[in-house]
Each structure stands twice: as structure tokens, then as C-alpha cells.
Design a binder for this molecule. Structure first.
Ligand code: RB5
Length: 166
């Protein structure tokens, strides 16, 4: 069992319904975590998933949340956007094996779900697998994670180069 964590949840209009169900059901699993609702409530059909990914990613970067659960229609757009952010490792996992191994091997800190793809019971099981896992720290996984972090640093320095170009 993992230590108690602060888990941020965010969703666009495509994912707000599943987020509301998770916020209702997750505390009842008794895992000891705190759940933070970062919106949205589904009332704005024009909200854009990158804005929610950014809000949740910022909460992780600022240390306001330890991990996140991000929901859109498919989970895909939310994962693409969130993974652009420094220190955010997000992926869509609609099976419990990936939800657990993504943390153990890849140090995934944001689970992305597609509300149009899976229903509450599987979403809960994937969340339970995600929240119950910890990064193994094994040498081969640490080496690969360091390479992922290097890619992030490379992208940051390239964009600095672009912005400082004449
Ligand atoms: C919004 O309609 C939808 O495109 C979005 O929630 C998500 O599925 C994108 O990946």
C-alpha cells in the first residue's frame, strides 16, 4: 500500500461525468488519499482539454498534488498535452496491468482515462492499480527514466534556442 497522497482530478466536458463519479467513489475505497477536484463541471461544452491538462500539471509541478487523474473523451488528448509539461508523465491506461506497470517501470504520475471508452467500475479498478503502485527504482527503469528526463531537458533547451534566435 502506498503512503497517503494528494490526488488531483481534472476533466474537460467529455470527462466531467466520469470525474464526478470517481470523486464520489474513490474516497469510499478507503485508500487514505486526499482527492482534489480541479474542475471542470461539464457545463461548458467549449472547454479545451489542454487547459485542464495544464491546470493539473501545474498542481503537480507546484507540489499541490502528488499524482493526477485526467479525463477527457478518449484520454488521448489530455495525455498528449499533459506529457508536454516538465515532470509530468501521463498516459492513457484502460487496463489495470498498464495502470500499475506505468508507475512501477515508468514513474507515471498522471493516469488519463477516456470517459467515452470505459465506465466507472473499470475506471475505479485502473485508478486503484495506479494509486497502489510505486516506482520500482530498479537500475534499468531508473536509467530509462533518466533518458526521458534528458529528452525533456533537450526540448527545453531547443525551445530556448528558438526563442533567442534573431
Ligand atoms: C472533446 O470533445 C474531445 O475531443 C476530448 O475530450 C478528447 O477526447 C480528446 O482527446
Amino acid at each position: 500500500m502506498t503512503d497517503a497522497m494528494r490526488i488531483a482530478l481534472a476533466a474537460d466536458h467529455g470527462g466531467a461525468g466520469l470525474k464526478a463519479e470517481l470523486l464520489d467513489r474513490l474516497p469510499r475505497l478507503g485508500l487514505g488519499h486526499e482527492y482534489l477536484d480541479l474542475g471542470n463541471d461539464g457545463s461548458d461544452n467549449g472547454d479545451d482539454y489542454p487547459d485542464l491538462s495544464r491546470r493539473l500539471g501545474r498542481a503537480i509541478q507546484a507540489g499541490q498534488a502528488d499524482r493526477g487523474i485526467l479525463i477527457c473523451g478518449s484520454g488521448v488528448g489530455a495525455a498528449i498535452a499533459a506529457s508536454k509539461m516538465r515532470g509530468v508523465r501521463a498516459s492513457v491506461c484502460h487496463d489495470t496491468y498498464s495502470a500499475r506497470q506505468g508507475v512501477e517501470h515508468d514513474d507515471m504520475n498522471v493516469l488519463c482515462l477516456g470517459a467515452r471508452i470505459i465506465a466507472i467500475e473499470l475506471a475505479l479498478e485502473c485508478s486503484r492499480a495506479f494509486l497502489g503502485a510505486t516506482f520500482s527504482g530498479e537500475a534499468r527503469h531508473a536509467r530509462r527514466l533518466a533518458k526521458v528526463t534528458a529528452l525533456e531537458a533537450e526540448a527545453a533547451s531547443e525551445s530556448e534556442g528558438v526563442s533567442s534566435a534573431p
